[in-house]
Design a protein around this ligand. Structure first.
Ligand code: HSE
Length: 331
């Protein structure tokens, strides 16, 4: 298997290297691609050093079986044809193709078979917040159809990139040293703060991040499920948290929900309130599954259920989900 990573030096690109190694993905050759900024950099993979090649419109993708792309939507759109024209399957992390009718949008635990129908050779990886939410929703939806979802997210700084993580550290240092606080990666100071805005606002008052949860969930779950989201940036470093409220067609008890989460694909149930056991981003960082806890009945609606979900957004929310799609194709 000949595999390519486009955007290899970014936070998600680097996670691809780790996940492919960790899962022993069957690779005969790995080719790394990047922009002028990262071409020539070298990275270790399975004990070997690989140099990043400059991404260009040429025949470098001839012979590549799978290309994981994580260099941003602009690059994905510009290079999709170059990448796929010799038969490579492009598993794309950007939002560029996610809602296109002829591009499947896949979370393997939920709709793996959609990956088979890819007329353009492109499979889209959903947004991190959607991925971790639908893994949890699937477990309940199998018991009774979910009609509505209200969700608030608590998104870690690293969701805005590796440099944003550095800026958060820097802000805390500057505050402790009584210096002026650097703000360039976020709309405001994030240290000792939170920001109720992830990505830009759209015309209806929701942000793009919030509308991704609305649109992508319907497509992945093949459902008319309604999702209303508030996405918030918090000063956690890595792993996104979500407070989720759902309304199902039939009432689901807490016991039934816990059982469904316990048996759910890709889920770890962590729900012992009396022992202060619930998922938290600090402890979910670097983990594969989506963690679910704080399961309780909604007090305003007999068909309502509330719970708390935490997932590593760079791992399951990005690189791992894409690699699992590739594994499904090979199985
Ligand atoms: N859009 C997300 C965020 C990152 O800003 O947190 C998704 O991987």
């Amino acid at each position: 298997m000949k595999v390519a990573i486009v955007g290899a030096s970014g936070a998600v690109g680097q996670e691809f290297l780790r996940v492919l190694e960790e899962r022993n993905f069957p690779i005969d050759e790995l080719v790394l691609f990047g922009s002028h900024r990262s071409a020539g950099k070298k990275f270790q993979f399975n004990g070997k050093e690989i140099e990043v090649k400059l991404l260009q419109h040429n025949d470098d993708f001839k012979g590549i079986d799978i290309a994981f792309t994580s260099a941003g939507g602009g690059t994905s759109v510009e290079f999709a044809e170059t990448i796929t024209k010799h038969g490579a399957i492009m598993i794309d992390n950007s939002s560029a193709f996610r809602m296109d009718k002829d591009v499947p949008l896949v979370v393997p635990e939920v709709n793996a078979t959609d990956a088979k129908h890819r007329p353009r050779g492109i499979i889209a990886n959903p947004n991190c917040t959607t991925i971790q939410m639908v893994v949890a929703l699937k477990a309940i939806n199998d018991l009774s159809k979910i009609k509505k979802v209200h969700v608030s997210t608590y998104q870690a700084a690293s969701g805005a990139g590796a440099a944003a993580m550095d800026e958060l550290y820097q802000q805390y240092r500057e505050i402790l040293e009584d210096k002026e606080v650097t703000v360039s990666k976020f709309a405001y100071q994030l240290a000792f703060n939170l920001i109720p805005q992830v990505d830009e606002f759209t015309e209806n008052g929701y942000t793009k991040e919030e509308m991704k949860m609305y649109n992508e969930t319907k497509k992945i779950m093949h459902s008319d499920i309604e999702v209303s989201a508030t996405c918030v940036r918090v000063p956690a470093l890595r792993a996104h948290s979500e407070s989720i409220w759902i309304e199902t067609e039939k009432p689901i008890s807490v016991v039934e929900a816990k059982e469904a989460f316990k048996n759910g694909d890709g889920i770890i149930l962590q729900d012992e309130p009396s022992k202060k056991e619930y998922p938290m981003p600090l402890f979910v960082t670097g983990k594969d599954p989506v963690y679910v806890g704080r399961i309780r009945k909604d007090l305003t609606n007999p068909n309502g259920l509330a719970f708390w979900v935490v997932g590593d957004q760079i791992k399951k929310g990005a690189a791992l989900n894409a690699v699992q799609i590739a594994e499904y194709l090979l199985a």
